[in-house]
Design a protein around this ligand. Structure first.
Ligand code: SF4
Length: 89
């Protein structure tokens, strides 16, 4: 996954017409480094955005964190090497 040059922070937010729904990402205006962080404290703003994100299910389906060994936030969870990073209670 690579960075987009637009304000949208996720690569899957390309401008292709069939990908328009991805522009609705609640994290679109957040710094990209927070979306792809491995640090739980930096992920907090994105995780809060996930709570009201209208494309949460699509995000997980596209990123497919476990199969892609994803690092970052997707679908309201922080991932590192495709495994969920559990936060302290
Ligand atoms: S579910 Fe979270 S990480 Fe995925 S697009 Fe929405 S706000 Fe961004």
């Amino acid at each position: 996954m690579t960075a987009s040059s637009t304000a949208v922070t996720l690569d899957f937010c390309r401008t292709d017409e069939d990908l328009d729904w991805r522009r609705d990402a609640a994290c679109a205006d957040l710094p990209q480094r927070f979306v792809f962080t491995k640090v739980p404290s930096e992920a907090a703003p994105v995780l809060r955005a996930c709570n009201h994100c209208p494309i949460r299910e699509e995000c997980v389906a596209v990123v497919d964190p476990m199969r892609t060994w994803f690092d970052g936030v997707s679908g309201g969870r922080l991932w590192r090497n495709g495994r969920e990073v559990r936060r302290a209670a």
